[in-house]
Design a protein around this ligand. Structure first.
Ligand code: SF4
Ligand code: SF4
Ligand code: SF4
Ligand code: FES
Length: 567
């Protein structure tokens, strides 16, 4: 990309042609305050916090919407700029009911930092939106409209998911973002509104208080299981860099909560891979393509918006539900525990999993496979509340038997990971020998759709990986037109896959998602076992517990149904 010279605060710097001043400044280590800007979304320039001066131009301009030009001289700090920013901050506080103690952004709030820096007394504005409602989106999300500053990032994020559940309506002197009353629109719980909101108006439904109770109860056997994506993101909540691999610190910190066992959901992913690969190999041509089933937001999208595709969704249980089902059956039997006394808590990058766990069709002998879901952020909050220092936590290994995953189970956290794991296993099942190169680069990376044709022995397998729901309608229309177009399609509702999930640390960007994903691939590269079906614990469970087709169907599969509006 062509480079140009610009001057910011009297320093000559290089910028890329076409870049905004906000981006050019950031790349050169100059932080211009900004609230509504998000690199994933269109520039709306409506908070007017990123004001700057440009020599030779009249008035103040917004850095997020002004392109850098050759020779431009930019000033980012002056008494006039500060005064204008302060007025704009006061206007924003005029729209935002602070409840900082409970806020998702509590430890990481740009608005609060700016209020302090600019000497804003936010209490002056109390009660101005007190009558604005809170909305619950089933058991997954809470939206507090009294905190909304009308940047409309959530509305765009939801529209990009092809959901269009959030709408703007006028309420007295404010514009209000509201959930749609249209019976044809419903939330799918992906949480993308949440991770794009600059002021914490959305949050996952909190469950950490419910989790504290069984931890105090001696009759309960409490098992925490953590998802693949959490190991390379939770460090961010404690000041570590995006992509820091903290698997063993995570286990050590969770153990300090007083839990009985800590298991790795990546082992559950190994089981899921085996069943999904079987579906890919065994389904009749008329039942193709197999659509992945790991992402509950995507499953809800199909059940609500496109029930005609329900027969295509893999019936295989998602990894944490799969493992929860085995914990309350195989593990309970082995350890002579009453499954009723086992409490399974999943630590997930996801808010949709809070909705998934209450689905009745997943129950095993009347019991929920997973009792509670904590998001990555929620676990970090719980650890901080208990004064557990994550950075210095003793490194410990997850517990046996579900503590050692294959590398294939770990990459589930990144877009393309589910497909890559299933193809590694399917290849060997079809050909009787393993793939020469396990790294299927065709399905990796941040592109919205990755289509590839792979030769699995004599057979050509056509696959697509859909990264976020931005392009989903086009893919579904293509499949409708040409049913044989793909054998298998992986869809993860969140951009980047679960590393970019609605339960992950904020802020997020493609750079952060890529760093989190890269570390998952690094773990896979170094893993002793890189094929799900070669994981010794998986082999053992199939040999000794999942011994018949009936048992496999009962413990490892589920069903779906058309859904009507729930919110
Ligand atoms: S959770 Fe997803 S579907 Fe629901 S409102 Fe937010 S962005 Fe839209
Ligand atoms: S809820 Fe958050 S993201 Fe949505 S418009 Fe309000 S401030 Fe912006
Ligand atoms: S992509 Fe992952 S984090 Fe996002 S909704 Fe789906 S399962 Fe949850
Ligand atoms: S960040 Fe530029 S106007 Fe909001």
């Amino acid at each position: 990309m062509e480079k140009i010279k610009i001057i910011i605060d009297n320093k000559e710097l290089e910028a890329k042609k076409g870049q905004t001043i906000l981006e050019a400044a950031k790349e050169n280590g100059i932080e211009i305050p900004a609230l509504c800007f998000h690199p994933d979304l269109n520039i709306k320039a409506n908070c007017r916090i990123c004001l700057i001066e440009i020599k030779g131009k009249k008035g103040l301009l917004t850095a997020c919407s002004t392109k850098a030009e050759r020779g431009m001289e930019v000033i980012t700090e002056s008494p006039e700029i500060r005064k204008a920013r302060k007025i704009n901050l006061e206007l924003i506080f005029g729209q935002h009911c602070e409840e900082c103690g409970d806020c998702v952004r509590n430890h990481n709030c740009r608005l609060l930092d700016l209020a302090q820096e600019y000497g804003i007394k936010s209490s002056r504005f109390s009660d101005r939106k007190a009558e604005f409602p809170c909305y619950n989106f089933d058991s997954a999300l809470v939206y507090d409209s009294s905190k909304c500053i009308d940047c409309r990032n959530c509305v765009e994020a939801c529209a990009r998911q092809n959901v269009h559940y959030l709408e703007v309506k006028k309420n007295k002197s404010f514009y209000e973002v509201v959930p749609s009353e249209n019976p044809k629109r419903d939330c799918i719980y992906c949480g993308q509104c949440l991770v794009h909101c600059p002021v914490g108006a959305f949050e996952a439904v909190g469950e950490f208080e419910d989790v504290e109770k069984p931890l105090q109860d001696k009759n309960k056997f409490v098992i925490f299981q953590f998802a693949p994506a959490v190991r390379t993101s939770i460090g961010e909540e404690f000041g570590m860099t995006a992509g820091a691999i903290v698997t063993e610190k995570l286990v050590g910190a969770i153990k300090k909560l007083g839990v009985n066992k800590v298991f790795d959901v990546s082992v559950g992913a190994d089981f899921t891979t085996i069943e999904e690969a079987k579906e890919l190999i065994e389904r009749k041509p008329s039942e193709l393509p197999v659509l992945s089933s790991c992402c509950p937001a995507w499953v809800k999208f199909v059940e609500f918006y496109h029930p005609e595709f329900i027969p295509n969704i893999a019936t295989t249980r998602s990894p944490h539900i799969f493992l929860g089902s085995l914990i309350k059956s195989y593990f309970a039997e082995k350890e002579k525990l009453d499954p009723k006394n086992i409490v399974v808590v999943s630590v997930m990058p996801c808010v949709a999993k809070k909705y998934e766990v209450i689905r009745d069709e997943l129950r095993i002998n009347g019991l929920k496979p997973v009792d509670y879901v904590l998001t990555t952020r929620e676990l970090a909050f719980l650890l901080k509340k208990k004064n557990i220092d994550f950075k210095t936590a003793k490194e410990e290994k997850p517990d046996i038997p579900f503590g050692v995953p294959s590398g294939a189970g770990v990459i589930y956290g990144a877009t393309g990971g589910v497909m890559e794991s299933a193809l590694r296993t399917a290849y060997e099942k079809i050909n009787g020998r393993p793939l020469k190169n396990f790294n299927l680069k065709e399905v990796r990376g941040q592109k919205a759709v990755k289509a590839a044709t792979l030769k699995l022995g004599g057979k050509k397998i056509k696959v697509a990986v859909v990264n976020g729901l931005d392009k989903i309608e086009e893919i579904l229309a293509d499949i409708r037109k040409k049913p044989g177009l793909y054998h298998c399609v992986e869809v993860m509702a969140c951009r980047g896959g679960c590393v970019g999930g609605g339960g992950q640390p904020v802020p997020v960007s493609d750079k952060i998602r890529a760093a989190r994903a890269k570390s998952l691939y690094n773990i896979d590269d170094k893993a002793g076992v890189r094929l799900a079906h070669k994981n010794p614990v998986v082999e053992d469970v199939y040999r000794n517990f999942l011994t018949s087709e009936e048992k496999i169907k009962f413990f490892c599969h589920t069903k779906y149904s058309k859904k009507l509006k729930e919110n």
